[in-house]
Ligand binder design. Structure first.
Ligand code: FMN
Length: 198
């Protein structure tokens, strides 16, 4: 499979960056291929313009979508699977990725008379500073899953998974203690999620 990785983290000095690289090693070791949008490195503009708003809100196919949005849409339609990799910020994805959805999930592509293909697989790999018990309290983890799986990815992939690497905050002992185990897990997800190519 060809996997489109949408990666969003402001710093290379991060657990998320290491987790991303381990995942990529798994993808390539299983004989699959990938392309990637590194949203910070690309300087992807997450801010919807008024013109884009009026197009999407009025269910219009005009004007043409912007070139940077079109490029992302083409990456999706030339792939079989999509993987989102990011740290949890305030129980959401970082703003740059949230804005990526605002703009790339445009009318006529992701909704309406859509041209977006139904992907074989979608996976979300996110890192969260809090431990799982804290994320489950007040249904925070559930909220994040519902937004990603029940809204953004709903009907847009045949299978979708949400994987969280919890307790990764720099102040938590767990971060260092579970570092290697978490990277191994990310590697194995990359290795097994998209099937082995002979
Ligand atoms: C602005 C900001 C907001 C954050 N919000 C949350 C949050 O809502 N829940 C949570 O579990 N962790 C939160 N974190 C912690 C990050 O998810 C954590 O830093 C990351 O998952 C792992 O570290 P990394 O940045 O080294 O990849 C936040 C961190 C920052 C910088």
């Amino acid at each position: 499979m060809r996997v489109f990785i949408v990666y969003c983290h402001p710093s290379e000095d991060s657990f998320t960056r290491n987790m991303r690289d381990a995942f990529i090693n798994g993808v390539t070791d299983s004989g699959n291929e990938y392309i990637m949008s590194d949203l910070y490195k690309m300087g992807f503009d997450p801010v919807m313009t008024e013109q884009e708003y009026l197009r999407d809100a009025n269910y219009r196919n005009t004007p043409e979508v912007a070139a940077d949005v079109l490029a992302e849409q083409e990456k999706i339609n030339s792939s079989d699977a999509i993987a989102f990799i990011y740290p949890v910020f305030w129980t959401e994805a970082p703003a740059r990725l949230v804005g990526w959805f605002d703009r790339v999930w445009s009318y006529g592509f992701a909704y309406g008379d859509k041209t977006m293909k139904v992907l074989d697989k979608a996976v979300i790999l996110c890192s969260a500073g809090n431990p799982l018990e804290r994320l489950e309290e007040f249904g925070l983890l559930d909220s994040m899953k519902r937004v990603m799986l029940g809204d953004r990815l709903f009907g847009r992939a045949k299978e979708a998974e949400f994987i969280v690497f919890d307790g990764t905050s720099r102040e938590k002992e767990q971060r260092e203690k579970n570092w290697d185990m978490n990277l191994q897990k990310a590697y194995e997800e990359g290795l097994n999620l998209f099937g082995q190519k002979d």
